[in-house]
Design a binder for this molecule. Structure first.
Ligand code: ADP
Ligand code: MG
Length: 375
């Protein structure tokens, strides 16, 4: 399939437009004519470049794992509706998300504030702890797979979808995957458990806080070597506004040995939350008497997310300097994107207003002319 060609259909799903191209396939916005809902179709194009035997094996695994992920139901995990094979090859039909990925946020040069990071870890963590409890490991936690949608909700995408083994990261000299977020054990082809995802989440947090990836290199091999053997720059050295306590959280999250890491996402979230309270105490001390105002997590999305959460309820409230910060905590991150997405609608509205105003003016002109002429 050439870059320009967009298929009309995948199975019964009618393709509307291209949403994006990733390391593994192409994602389209589509409509399910039976239910009449929007879906996202992830296709695995023939051009993926694997030899036939490997490709069959890969497709089999992909469908198997998509089915496993399809059983999961959690507000922080994109819902898989269907897997199938079409003329264009195998595909996955999933919940269509209208939002902004963390990759886009980072690409726009933004960093996340500490309250935003804590909220991110809480939501992604709840999704991951749930998936891990169901025996599903994500294996590709990275900014492109985390999307912020409306109501402050963060969704994990591509959960459990088969990944190419390290040896397949390059094909014919072309980079088809990025090792930057992978854990040392993953890069070494070892058996994985949920703690590998938590390492990847640690890399994401590091990048969201500092604006830089912890393990950089000129080549894939160099990046892999650094992840397995090397240390990263301490976050507070990159950005002095970050605390030493945050450095400790990162050190634990990015420990080479899984036994030395946070064992669950909930543990990681609680360490992050403690950090936030301290920061806020410092901030609040300078502003007003320490009233330790506690804002309940109260948005519908958060309430929904709590309903499913695996024991985060007890810790589901945290102190905050202002309730509005909680109510629309990711607002500044999604603002650029929303205004871009809304621009076609806005343009239509401006034209409508302009037409009405022009019609009004013409009418007024005719009336004035009529009365003047009569007068
Ligand atoms: N369920 C979805 N709803 C809306 N957009 C999606 C969805 N899944 C993926 N996308 C978009 O398609 C892009 C490509 O996705 P993908 O093939 O998974 O590659 P990657 O994760 O490497 O970016 C994503 O970056 C995202 O913008
Ligand atoms: Mg993806």
């Amino acid at each position: 399939m050439s870059r320009e060609e967009i298929p009309q259909k995948f199975g019964r799903y009618q393709i509307i437009e291209l949403l994006g191209r990733g390391s593994m396939g192409v994602v389209y916005k589509a409509k399910d004519p039976v239910i009449g809902r929007l879906v996202a179709i992830k296709s695995i194009p023939e051009t993926i470049g694997l030899e036939t035997g490997k490709k069959q094996e890969y497709i089999k695994r992909l469908l198997q794992e998509a089915k496993a992920a399809g059983r999961l139901q959690h507000p922080n995990i994109v819902t898989i509706y269907d897997v199938g094979e079409s003329e264009q090859g195998p595909f996955i039909a999933m919940e269509y998300l209208n939002g902004v990925t963390l990759k886009e946020v980072l690409a726009s040069g933004k960093k996340l504030s500490m309250p935003q990071l804590v909220e991110l870890v809480r939501q992604v963590g709840e999704g991951l702890d749930y998936a891990h409890s169901q025996g599903v490991i994500h294996r590709d936690i990275k900014p492109a797979n985390l999307m912020i949608v409306e109501n402050n909700l963060v969704k994990i995408m591509d959960l459990g979808i088969a990944r190419l083994p390290y040896s397949d990261l390059t094909r014919e000299g072309r980079l088809v995957g990025s090792p930057s977020y992978m854990s040392p054990e993953q890069l070494q082809g070892e058996e994985l458990d949920g703690r590998s995802d938590l390492f990847s989440l640690g890399v994401v947090i590091y990048q969201c806080a500092t604006g830089k990836k912890p393990f950089l290199g000129q080549s894939i091999q160099e990046i892999c070597w650094r992840i397995i053997h090397d240390q990263y720059s301490i976050p507070s050295k990159i950005d002095p506004s970050l605390s030493q306590e945050f450095d400790y959280v990162i050190a634990k999250a990015l420990a080479k040995n899984p036994d030395q890491r946070f064992q669950t996402a909930k543990e990681m979230f609680e360490a992050m939350r403690r950090l936030l309270s301290e920061k806020e105490r410092e901030r609040e001390a300078g502003r007003k008497p320490a009233s330790q105002k506690t804002a309940e997590i109260s948005s519908p999305a958060q309430a929904q997310s709590q309903k499913y959460s695996s024991g985060y309820e007890e810790s589901g409230s945290y102190s905050s300097s202002s309730e509005s910060e909680i109510d629309d905590i990711f607002r500044d991150l999604t603002l650029v994107h929303r205004s871009l997405r809304l621009s076609p609608e806005k343009t239509t509205r401006i034209w409508e207003i302009a037409l009405v105003v022009m019609a009004g003016l013409i009418l007024a002109g005719i009336l004035v002319w009529f009365f003047l002429f009569r007068g």
